[in-house]
Design a protein around this ligand. Sequence first.
Ligand code: 4AZ
Length: 430
Amino acid sequence: SARRLLLLLGLAGLLAAMAAGTWQLGQCPMKHLKEPQPEQGSPQEQELEVTPACDNEEEEEPVVRGAPSTVSFRISTANSLLEARLEAHPGWLLVCHGHWEPSLGTLLCQQLGYLSMTQQKAVSLRDVQVSAGQQFLQVRARQEGSLEDMWQVRSSCQSGRIVALQCSECGLQAGAVRVVGGTDVSPGRWPWQVSVCQGSQHRCGGSVLAPEWILTAAHCVHSPQPGAGSPQCRCRGCRQLPAPAWLVFAGMVTHGSLRPEAGVPVRAIIAHPLYNDSSLDYDMALIRLQAPLNFSRAIRAVCLPPAPRDLLQGTPCWVSGWGHTAPGQAQVAGTLKEALVPLIGTRRCNSSCVYKGELTARMLCAGHLRGHVDACQGDSGGPLVCWDGDTWRLVGVVSWGQGCAEPNHPGVYTNVAQLLPWIHQVTQMH
Ligand code: 4AZ
């Protein structure tokens, strides 16, 4: 019986050790516990000294990394004049029209986060008020290389004319205010938010980039391989039926009030060619509408991120959508919802207790490691926008996450800044 007792004790010890192990795995933040040292105090004191792996203050790289540049540009809101500033040269300079190429207008609008250029012209210096000592930048005669090193500082413009530039409008709200109570929103607050529907079924969110262009997630519109069986085909023989047509609804807040005739049919869906259905890398698609949207207080375009700007962890950004307001719900929300989700550093989000290296360079995280607030099913494809002091910019596209609002599993978004060249290429080509 003494041997049986020993065996039982051994078994109990083994079970206790296994339970402790499981507990440690479940408590991910404590995964990097230091080995207890004999001279340390009680277990509670030891715990206080531990740096939890998910909550460390380790220095983070910018979540969205801008391309460093020695020259910056802006367009004066008062008179559309193009202004440029060189590193190591004080003040904003006007740009001479000499040697100007029309393609530069498009390039600059794109750099500044606009989808396209709408107008560029030469303005006579006699028609503008120029302060004494105003200096100018001029494009070098033989342009080669990047936008960076093609400029010369001048004290005057030989042609007597300077560049004025207008880019496509974006990023402005109609000045609408939030409705009382929770997170319902009023029309005009997120005027770029659209619902991407298949027939009358809401599938995903999307963002207006231009009257004919919607940006969404590739996984929303990616058709499964023939035979794979899509979720809407549950009846016998229904594979032979054509899938209901895609419709885009803009300028709407309440899904219940949706009239099918208000939906705009889709001309083309262009998913990113590198989209990967299993890793969700490059989860982005462009939708070209059959007819342009009528812009109004309730329907407007969002701006894209400008090429040269970093965005840091903690930047307050907003996600919006009609997705589920509790995980596992059967229905999408009736009223558009919004949530404040700060950017989370990629190193932290890819750490061993969050997404364990699953994030690629085309992804970023936003939300709260404590859980509670997050995007969810039905929000996919929708916008993650951040205010930059002047305009709202589309920084992310709702893509995936483990569950919704779970601790240590924030929302993962397609990193728009990383895919700008593709967005510009497609929208210019079609
Ligand atoms: C989805 O299934 C989905 N919590 C979207 C976002 C998130 C999770 C799932 C993020 O479309």
